[in-house]
Write a protein that binds this ligand. Structure first.
Ligand SMILES: O=C([O-])[C@@H](O)[C@@H](O)[C@H](O)[C@@H](O)C(=O)[O-]
Ligand SMILES: [Mg+2]
Length: 429
């Protein structure tokens, strides 16, 4: 073993990043949202970076893992899972609640742990690639495309947060005209040609009207609608019928595998998910029941880039399509998403990314979409550099926070504007 590959130190930096007032079925994004930056430093003096969720449940698991890493090789990414099982709590204890935000499926201890491991795996791959002079995609077997296509992620939104928070110049988008204006700006500034609207905010008729307005503004271009499981089976079938021939896929119209399977049985509109298939345990029932036709992978909660490729192979085996989910994230994760997406042969859909909404970053040079695509970097590692000054500033914000922003809570954020707000029932419509 080359001792240059051994880990000397692991640095964990929780940060708070600005987030616009984007609406979803639970509520609204907080002015600031937590992320965790993971940095591994090797004996060879190379530093590798990764990024994952930063809420305290993730930090609690990341700390013991960081302490256990020194002395291990950055090339031993498979060993990370065993190590995490040993040091990050009891692997048998599970908590099958829907995640705190109600937007990303079940929240089990295993899934939390995998989300943490993903940040460490990416950091190790970055360090390994930099040491060997190879891009991360080469460590995953090599890219099969030179660019990765992303879709515009449209949100109903307010012009500004009701209390504190950064301001941007997007203005409000609360009706079909606002959604189309937002889409036009995404197309103009980033070249996106496929569009996803985050739904579950207004009653379904209004969201159907928004998608129809998009179809009129962008004829023939792929459109998606994602209410995060807010609709009943009946409502889902109604929306599917109305948008048949207009929509590329409906994403998580209903909540849970059973409801999704019932919707799927009643329509030929493809269904996608980042909610009912987010762990291996959920795959058999969902695939056997034909509940979904497209799985949205997310290297964070599937446990990193290698595990994402394993998921891709499972989907391929069962003839289920693959696309990519996104939550609020920075440029480190976007680099990781692009590397793994470049290696998956049958990625048949443009990937999601929140990135254009993020005005702050911790890398020195922001990613730039051209024609809605990112060029796959051939530079060693991820191909991005940490901006230490920015990282320190965003960490300072996390330190200064009284705890209110350290956990993502879209319901609480909505209460600032509407004190009576509670998490809506499922199904909501
Ligand atoms: O950021 C949001 O509001 C999204 O709703 C996000 O939390 C979801 O996880 C995600 O983007 C999705 O596709 O469901
Ligand atoms: Mg979704």
């Amino acid at each position: 073993m080359d001792t240059a590959l051994l880990i000397d130190e692991v640095r964990l930096t929780p940060i708070l990043i600005a987030d616009p007032p984007l609406l979803n079925t639970q509520g609204v994004h907080q002015p600031y949202t937590p992320r965790l930056v993971v940095e591994v430093v090797t004996r060879g003096g190379v530093s590798g970076i990764g990024e994952t969720y930063g809420d305290s449940a993730y930090l609690d698991l990341a700390r013991p893992l960081a302490e256990a890493m020194p002395g291990r090789a950055v090339s031993d990414v498979n060993g990370l899972f065993t190590l995490a099982d040993q040091v990050c709590g009891d692997p048998r204890s599970t908590d099958e609640r829907v995640d705190a935000g109600g937007l990303r499926g079940v929240r089990t201890v295993d899934k939390l742990r995998l989300s943490v491991v993903s940040g460490f795996e990416v950091a190790c791959l970055d360090a390994l690639g930099k040491t060997l002079g190879l891009p991360v995609h080469a460590l995953l077997g090599g890219k099969v495309r030179d660019t990765v296509e992303y879709s515009a992620y449209l949100f109903y939104r307010w012009a500004a947060h009701p209390g504190a928070g950064e301001r941007d110049d997007w203005g409000a988008a609360l009706d079909p005209a606002g959604v189309v204006a937002q889409a036009r700006r995404f197309a103009r500034e980033h070249g996106f040609s496929s569009f996803k609207l985050k739904g579950g905010v207004f009653e379904p008729g209004q969201e159907i009207a928004a998608v129809e307005a998009l179809a009129e503004a962008f004829p023939g271009q792929p459109l998606r609608l994602d209410p995060n499981g807010a609709w009943s089976v009946e409502t889902s079938l109604y929306v599917a019928e109305r948008l048949r021939g207009v929509i590329e896929y409906l994403e998580d119209p209903a909540s849970g595998t059973g409801a999704m399977a019932a919707v799927s049985a009643g329509t030929d509109v493809p269904l996608a998910t980042n909610m009912c298939v987010t762990t291996l345990a959920e795959v058999p029932a969902a695939f056997a029941g034909d509940a979904v036709q497209v799985v949205l992978c997310d290297h964070h909660y599937w446990g990193g880039l290698h595990r994402t490729r394993e998921l891709a192979a499972i989907c391929r085996t069962f003839g289920v399509g693959l696309s990519m989910h996104s939550n609020t994230h920075l440029g480190i994760s976007l680099a990781a998403m692009t590397h793994v997406a470049a290696t998956v042969p049958d990625l048949g859909y443009a990937c999601d990314s929140h990135y254009p909404w993020q005005t702050e970053d911790v890398i020195t040079t922001r990613h730039v979409f051209r024609d809605g695509r990112l060029t796959v970097s051939d530079a060693p590692g991820l191909g991005v550099e940490l901006d230490r000054e920015r990282l320190a500033a965003l960490h300072r914000r996390w330190l200064d926070d009284d705890g209110a922003m350290r956990e993502r809570d879209d319901v609480a954020a909505m209460r600032v504007a509407r004190p009576w707000w509670t998490a809506p029932p499922v199904p909501r419509w």
